[in-house]
Design a protein around this ligand. Structure first.
Ligand SMILES: [Zn+2]
Length: 315
């Protein structure tokens, strides 16, 4: 599970190396993207994050150019989020160091000559892509570990999603303080989704592996639009999970799926919410505050077998 991150070297480009550099931009590493790998594990990340942000891919020069531009846009976004008050990178000397450190987060999607460490900031598209990789490794293993190389999975793939609207307005939390409606919603969801027989739950009869992601966007009605996205692995004879009463309920079941079908489902479920990079900085900061220390994703059953626990950077 840690394979992807083992090649980053925290000593290089680390905080210590940058402490003394007053102009932050001066310490930015000029990354040299070499090529874009194209295994399933690479494509799933690209489809989840790079395509929504930068458009469809293509040959290597095109993808390298997209990543180069994203590196610059992401750095500019770091400053914009700091200006908007993102607590991790704004308000003090330590936060200033974290910001300068985060400028050089190891790019995803391409192999670069330079090796740097990951920033682990929740908005970061590169770190988001690494998270997608970890989800993919778990789910791919569950579907295909017992299948001969190149064969389809003996299990059924189910993808389903539906949108629920959540108020942005503040509601009292349990400690007597206040919380964004999204924070309260995410907390509620962690309690409901694992309950056996719960509506839109992960544990349905015959479902042997479940993954859920809350795909959140600012809605045009002033509320959060929370699109619950689930990837389920079901035994071939399992009944369809009960439909969810929602106007946009989407349900697709694939028998004996190949890696491509599973990959597309994982990429869709984990799609990067582009407003984090492109929307009003203040809205992004509000979202990041609401989901701080909340699990917006969950993995159950057979999908958890490969990992000892949830990845360190689980969103
Ligand atoms: Zn990062």
């Amino acid at each position: 599970m840690q394979g992807e991150r083992m090649d980053s070297t925290p000593s290089e480009g680390g905080e210590g190396a940058e402490q003394a550099a007053p102009p932050a931009q001066a310490s930015a590493v000029a990354f040299t993207p070499l090529y874009a790998p194209r295994r399933h594990q690479d494509v799933v990340r690209r489809h989840a994050v790079l395509v929504p942000l930068m458009g469809p891919g293509g040959d290597d020069p095109k993808i390298l150019d997209q990543v180069g531009r994203l590196i610059a846009q992401r750095r500019a976004r770091l400053y914009a989020l700091a200006d908007a008050g993102l607590p991790e990178i704004s308000g003090g000397e330590r936060q200033g160091r974290r910001l300068r450190f985060a400028l050089n987060c190891k790019p995803s999607f391409v192999v670069t000559k330079e090796q740097t460490a990951c920033c682990n900031l929740a908005f970061c598209p590169f770190c988001w892509a690494r998270w997608v990789y970890e989800v993919w490794v778990n789910i791919e293993h569950a579907f295909f570990a017992d299948a001969p190389p190149g064969a389809t999975s003996p299990q059924d793939l189910i993808y389903r999603s539906a949108t629920q609207r959540v108020h942005v307005s503040f509601t009292p939390d349990h400690g007597g303080g206040v919380a964004d409606g999204l924070a309260a919603y995410a907390l509620r969801r962690t309690k409901i989704r694992n309950r056996r027989g719960a509506e839109f739950g992960l544990r349905c009869p015959g479902v042997v592996g479940g993954f859920e992601m809350l795909h959140v966007n600012p809605g045009d009605d002033g509320r959060w639009a929370v699109n619950i996205r689930q990837v389920l692995m079901a035994t071939p004879g399992a009944p369809d999970p009960a439909p969810v009463p929602a106007k946009d309920y989407r349900y697709e079941r694939t028998q004996r799926p190949g890696r491509l079908a599973v990959r597309d489902a994982v990429a869709l479920a984990n799609r990067y919410p582009t407003f984090l990079m492109r929307g009003e900085p203040a809205v992004a900061v509000r979202y990041l505050a609401a989901r701080r220390r909340r699990q917006i994703s969950a993995m159950t059953g057979g999908f958890r077998n490969k990992a000892a626990g949830p990845p360190d950077n689980a969103p």
